[in-house]
Design a protein. Structure first.
Length: 286
């Protein structure tokens, strides 16, 4: 009887040791991962590099563009904001070109440290992503072709019967439902694809934000954008039309650091950065 009891005790002690070792290993792994995130000398930023004037791809470093990991260069408003944040953090900026749908997954996986991609801090996104203070605020417009029946529209209801779309997995696509009788088209992956569809007549217009509308009409003389009269435009929350930096949940210190850096960028400087982005966008973005 004593022998059996001793065996039980020994087995119990071994199991306890294994559990303790496993717990310590898990804790050390978690601490090691956190330490890696904090100690890296790089600030890895994800963006699609195809949403001018916020971000785009170009072939050289003209107008302050920075290298994209793996080749080419990225320019635009988001890039300039990312440069200022990286400088404030004392880190090297690395742009990681990522599809719009892939940005949240890349953030969770630790492939990138932040999303700076013209992303709005919507309530849905806040469930899985932490956001900084806003670094830009805009309003919604409809990009159309010059000479079309919709060029002089003043209300979203003037687009009843029109073929309208917006980018996939954005609130832009959901607000189309506010137009009575609209011919809502399938959402598209990115803005270059929507510009091609508009040019070819596949769609009559697409929902966007004012800076992208300015960019589209600047890049293509056949395009213009509709700014709706007060009370006649799309209904959207303040967060929907704002843009903020997305950070992996739990990195409160990084959010606080970035907020401090953003607070040092005046409204006048932000406007100047956007004006320069619109002026510097490559013609190929059309």
């Amino acid at each position: 009887m004593k022998k059996k009891f001793g065996v039980v005790i020994a087995v119990f002690m071994m199991a306890f040791a294994v559990l303790a070792f496993s717990s310590c290993s898990s804790s050390e792994d978690a601490e090691g991962e956190a330490a890696t995130e904090e100690s890296s000398d790089q600030f890895r930023v994800g963006m699609e590099c195809g949403y001018a004037p916020f971000n785009w791809t170009q072939l050289d470093d003209s107008n302050g563009a920075v290298p994209i990991e793996g080749g080419d260069y990225a320019g635009g408003y988001d890039v300039e904001i990312a440069k200022r944040i990286a400088e404030g953090l004392g880190k090297e900026l690395v742009i990681v070109k990522t599809s719009w749908d892939g940005l949240p997954q890349a953030l969770q996986a630790g492939t990138i440290d932040a999303i700076i991609a013209g992303m709005s801090p919507t309530e849905e996104r806040k469930q899985t992503i932490d956001f900084t203070d806003n670094y830009y605020e805009s309003d919604l417009v409809m990009v159309v072709k010059k000479g079309s029946p919709y060029e002089n529209a003043t209300s979203i209801q003037d687009f009843s019967g029109a073929k309208v779309t917006a980018q996939l997995n954005t609130f832009h696509y959901s607000v189309i439902d506010q137009i009575e009788g609209v011919n809502k088209q399938a959402a598209m992956d990115d803005f270059p694809a929507m510009r091609v569809a508009l040019e070819s007549g596949v769609i009559d217009g697409y929902v966007s934000e004012r800076p992208e509308g300015i960019s589209a009409s600047s890049a293509n003389s056949n395009f213009t954008f509709v700014v709706f009269e007060e009370g006649q435009g799309f209904e959207a929350s303040e967060d929907d039309v704002a843009i903020a930096v997305g950070i992996k949940q739990g990195r409160d210190d990084l959010v606080a650091q970035i907020n401090e850096i953003l607070a040092g960028i005046s409204d006048e400087e932000r406007l100047e950065i956007m004006d320069n982005a619109v002026m510097n966008q490559p013609a190929s973005e059309s």
